[in-house]
Write a protein that binds this ligand. Structure first.
Ligand code: AMP
Ligand code: ZN
Length: 733
C-alpha cells in the first residue's frame, strides 16, 4: 500500500481508493500564457510517480490535470510590456485562444520529454465557466457567498473549517497570509473572490448572473475536479505554494457546495529552488526544459535529478547537479545495454528478482522514498546477480522510475561497416598489433563511436549528444568551479577581457576592433562565453583555433554579470586588464594611453566614460570630460591586475549588469585608489542590446534592485566622493 503525507491530516496516510480498484486523482495544472519552468515540472513529476506507484499495485488510476487558460491578461499589463510573449503574439494578430493553445502544446511536449504519463483529461478552465457559475450560485443560495456590484466573494467566516489545510487558522495569521487585500467591497479581508467583474479593456470575459466578468482562480479547480472525478475522490496534488490560498479556497468551495469532504488526501510537492530561492519566472531564476536541451543534456536527466530528493524536501537546482544526474543516467543505461547483449537466460533468478523488487517497492510505498529506491537500483546493478537478471529487475523498477533505462537497446544503432572495423581491430589485437588496433579505435571515436573492451569482449556504441558536447568544450556551471590565478605572477602585458552572451555580431565587432589596435604588445584576449545560445559559443571556439592569443571560457547557462566577470578576472594573466563591453568598438590605440595612466600608482581605474555624483543618488556621465571621477562605466574599464589582491572581485549578488560598475568602482576607491577618465580614448558606443532587449518595466526593476545593493553598501560613504575633496574647481560642471 502506498502511503503519502497528507497535508490535511499531517500524517502519512494509506491511499485506499474510495471506489475499490480505482484511484481518482487531480493535479493542478499549468497556466498557459507562458512556458512551464522546470520547477513546475517537478510538481508534475511527483504526481506522475504517485500514479506509477499506484499502477504498480494493480490499481487503476484516473488522472485529471487542468489547464488554466483564464490568465490575468489585462490590456494595460500587456502595454506595460510585462508579458512580452503575449504582447508579441497579440501584436501578430493572434488571439488569446491561440496563445493558450501554443503554450498548451509546448507543455504537453515537455511532459512527454520527461516521460510524464499524460493525464486522462486536460480540461480547460475556459470550457467550464458554466460549471463554475453553477457552484457560485449554489454557494450564494447556501449563504456562503455574497455579491457586491458584479463581484462575488466567498464568506470565509461562514465556513468553520477554513484554514484547516494550511494551518492559517487564527484570524491574525490569515490576514497576514492574504497580506490584507484592500478590496473595499469585501465584508471581511479574508473573503476571497469567486467571480470578478470585468474591468474595461479585459480580453477574456464571460456573461454571468452578475454581469460580464471572469472566475476567480480557485473556483476552476472545484468545478473541474467535481465534474471529472465526482463529489468524493482520492487524491489531489500540487506544489506547496498551492496550499494557501488556492487549495484552502478550493476546499471551502467544494465542501460548501457538496456539504461533505471531497478530497481524501492532499499531497504537495516542495519547491525546486535556484540560487537558494524558489524558482519562478518573476524572480528571474527560472529555467525551461529547452535550456536543458540546449546543453545537449537529456530531459530525462532532469527526471533523474528529481529522483535524488524526496518530493517533500526542497531541491536546489544547479547545472552541475544536473550534469551529475546526466552521468548517472547514462551509466545506468549503458549497464542495461551491456546486459541486453548477454545470451538470454529466461526464468532464472526469479526469486532474487522478486526479492529486489520487494525491497524497491518498500521504498516507493514509504511516502514515495524515491532517493531510497534509486539507491537500491544502484545496489542491485552492482550486485552479483547475473546481468540478465539485473536487466529484468531494472525493467521492473523502471516502470516506476520512468527513465527509459532500456532505451539503449533500441537507440544504440551501429552500422555494419563499424562492426567490420571492430572485428578488424579484434584481429589486430589478437596479433598483438596494438598500434593499428588503437588507430582504428581513435578513428571510430572521431566518427562518434565509443569502443569498450570488457572481459574479452568488445562493444561499440554511438556517443550520446551529451558526450559529444562534453568533448567539444568544457563548460563551467558556476564561478566557484573556476580556479583563481589572482595570486599568480603576470604572464603577459595585457588582458583584453569580455563577457559575451549572444549578439555574435557585436562580439565580432568588439573583438576585431580591439585586435586591430593592439600592435605588437604581448597580450591575451580572454572571453567568457556566458551561456550563449545563438552560435556565439561555436564561433568563438573556431576563432580561438586560428587566433592563438584568444582564450575562451564557456559557462553552461547564463550566469549573473558579477559571476561572469569574476570568472574573467580570476583567469586573467595580463599585467593590465582592460574589460570591454561587447557593445563597444575600438577605433584607435587605447592601450598605450591606458598603460600610461595606470603608470601612476595612485590611479586605480581608467577608461573613457567616467561618472560623477555629489550625493550618491544622481550619477551623471562626465560627457566628454576627463579627470577624476567617482566611478568608471563598464563599457571600458581598465586597471592593473595586481590591484585585485586588495580590491577583490566584483560582487556576485549583482546578477544584472547595471550599477555593478558603480559598485566595483567604489571597491577601488575604498582602497584609496583614484578613478580617472580620459575622454580622448577612441572608443565608440553602439546600441547596448542587453539593455534594449528589456522591457522598460523590467529594466527599472532590475536597475533599482542593483542600486539598492549599491546603496546598502556605500550609502554612507560620501567621504569617497571626489566632491568631498578640497579642490572643486576642475570638475564642477
Ligand atoms: P503555476 O503554473 O504557477 O500555477 O504552477 C504550476 C504548478 O507548479 C503548481 O502546482 C505550483 O505549485 C508548482 N510550482 C510552481 N513553482 C514551483 C517550483 N519552483 N518548484 C516546484 N513546483 C512549483
Ligand atoms: Zn488548482
Amino acid at each position: 500500500m502506498l502511503r503519502l503525507f497528507n497535508t490535511l491530516t499531517k500524517t502519512s496516510d494509506e491511499v485506499r481508493p474510495i471506489e475499490p480498484g480505482v484511484v481518482k486523482m487531480y493535479t493542478c495544472g499549468p497556466t498557459v500564457y507562458r512556458d512551464a519552468h522546470i520547477g513546475n515540472l517537478r510538481s508534475y513529476l511527483m504526481a506522475d510517480w504517485i500514479r506509477r506507484a499506484l499502477l504498480a499495485q494493480d490499481l487503476q488510476v484516473v488522472h485529471i490535470k487542468n489547464i488554466t487558460d483564464v490568465g490575468h491578461m489585462r490590456q494595460e499589463v500587456l502595454e506595460r510590456g510585462e508579458d512580452k510573449v503575449v504582447a508579441a503574439a497579440l501584436a501578430e494578430g493572434k488571439t488569446a485562444e491561440e496563445i493558450a493553445q501554443f503554450y498548451t502544446d509546448r507543455f504537453l511536449s515537455d511532459e512527454k520529454k520527461v516521460n510524464i504519463m499524460p493525464a486522462h483529461e486536460f480540461p480547460k478552465a475556459t470550457d467550464h465557466i458554466e460549471g463554475m457559475v453553477e457552484i457560485v450560485e449554489e454557494l450564494i443560495r447556501k449563504g456562503l457567498a455574497y455579491e457586491v456590484q458584479g463581484n462575488v466573494y466567498y464568506e470565509v467566516s461562514s465556513f468553520p473549517d477554513y484554514g484547516q489545510l494550511s494551518g492559517n487558522i487564527n484570524e491574525a495569521e490569515l490576514l497576514e497570509a492574504v497580506r490584507v487585500d484592500v478590496d473595499p467591497l469585501k465584508r471581511d479581508a479574508r473573503d476571497f473572490t469567486l467571480w470578478k467583474q470585468a474591468e474595461p479593456g479585459r480580453i477574456l470575459k464571460w456573461s454571468s448572473p452578475w454581469g460580464d466578468g471572469f472566475p476567480g482562480w480557485h473556483i476552476e479547480c472545484s468545478a473541474m475536479s467535481i465534474k471529472y472525478l465526482g463529489k468524493k475522490f482520492d487524491l489531489h496534488t500540487g506544489g506547496v505554494d498551492n496550499i494557501f490560498p488556492h487549495h484552502e479556497g478550493e476546499i471551502a468551495q467544494s465542501e460548501g457546495f457538496t456539504g461533505e469532504p471531497v478530497v481524501n488526501i492532499w499531497t504537495h510537492g516542495q519547491h525546486l529552488l535556484a540560487d537558494g530561492v524558489k524558482m519562478s519566472k518573476s524572480m528571474g531564476n527560472s529555467f525551461i526544459l529547452s535550456d536543458i536541451e540546449a546543453q545537449g543534456i537529456d530531459p530525462l536527466a532532469f527526471r533523474y535529478l528529481c529522483l535524488t530528493a524526496k518530493y517533500n524536501t526542497r531541491l536546489n537546482f544547479t547545472f552541475s547537479s544536473l550534469k551529475a544526474a546526466q552521468r548517472g543516467l547514462l551509466r545506468l543505461r549503458n549497464m542495461a545495454w551491456q546486459w541486453s547483449m548477454l545470451p538470454s537466460q529466461n526464468g532464472q533468478n526469479e526469486s532474487d528478482i522478486t526479492e529486489w523488487y520487494g525491497k524497491f517497492m518498500d521504498r516507493v510505498n514509504d511516502n514515495l522514498d524515491l532517493p531510497g529506491a534509486l539507491a537500491l537500483t544502484w545496489e542491485m546493478a552492482r550486485s552479483d546477480m547475473p546481468g540478465q537478471a539485473k536487466l529484468a529487475a531494472m525493467k521492473r523498477f523502471d516502470a516506476i522510475l520512468g527513465m527509459d533505462l532500456d532505451s539503449a537497446e533500441r537507440t544504440y544503432k551501429v552500422p555494419q561497416e563499424v562492426h567490420s572495423q571492430i572485428s578488424d581491430r579484434s584481429d589486430k589485437r589478437t596479433k598483438d598489433d596494438y598500434q593499428n588496433a588503437d588507430a582504428i579505435r581513435s578513428a571510430l571515436s572521431e566518427d562518434g563511436y565509443v569502443v569498450q573492451d570488457s572481459q574479452g569482449d568488445t562493444r561499440v556504441r554511438p556517443k550520446t549528444d551529451w558526450e559529444k558536447r562534453e568533448e567539444a568544450w568544457h563548460s563551467f556551471s558556476s564561478s566557484v568551479e573556476v580556479p583563481s590565478l589572482v595570486d599568480e605572477p603576470d604572464a603577459t602585458e595585457l588582458t583584453i577581457g569580455m563577457v559575451a552572451c549572444n549578439y555574435l555580431g557585436d562580439v565580432q565587432r568588439c573583438l576585431e576592433s580591439a585586435l586591430n589596435w593592439v600592435g605588437e604588445r604581448p597580450l591575451e584576449v580572454l572571453i567568457v562565453d556566458n551561456g550563449s545560445a545563438d552560435g556565439t559559443d561555436k564561433w568563438l571556439e573556431e576563432k580561438a583555433a586560428t587566433e592563438p592569443r584568444l582564450r575562451v571560457i564557456h559557462t553552461d547557462h547564463v550566469l549573473g554579470e558579477g559571476a561572469a566577470k569574476n570568472i574573467l578576472l580570476k583567469q586573467a594573466r595580463g599585467k593590465t586588464v582592460v574589460m570591454l563591453d561587447t557593445s563597444v568598438e575600438i577605433s584607435g590605440d587605447i592601450f598605450g594611453p591606458i598603460d600610461d595612466a595606470l603608470g601612476d600608482s595612485t590611479i586605480g581605474v581608467t577608461g573613457p566614460f567616467g561618472l560623477r555624483t555629489n550625493d550618491l543618488h544622481h550619477f551623471h556621465d562626465g560627457e566628454g570630460e576627463s579627470g577624476f571621477m567617482d566611478a568608471m562605466q563598464a563599457y571600458c574599464f581598465a586597471f592593473r591586475r595586481s590591484r585585485l589582491k586588495d580590491v577583490g572581485l566584483p560582487r556576485e549578488t549583482f546578477r544584472f549588469y547595471r550599477n555593478l560598475d558603480l559598485d566595483y568602482s567604489f571597491q577601488f576607491k575604498d582602497k584609496g585608489y583614484k578613478i580617472v577618465a580620459d575622454s580622448s580614448l577612441p572608443v565608440q558606443l553602439h546600441e547596448h542590446r542587453v539593455w534594449s532587449a528589456l522591457a522598460e518595466g523590467e529594466r527599472d526593476e532590475l536597475s533599482k534592485k542593483n542600486y539598492r545593493r549599491f546603496l546598502d553598501k556605500w550609502g554612507d560613504r560620501a567621504d569617497l566622493l571626489i566632491s568631498s575633496d578640497h579642490d572643486h574647481s576642475h570638475h564642477t560642471h
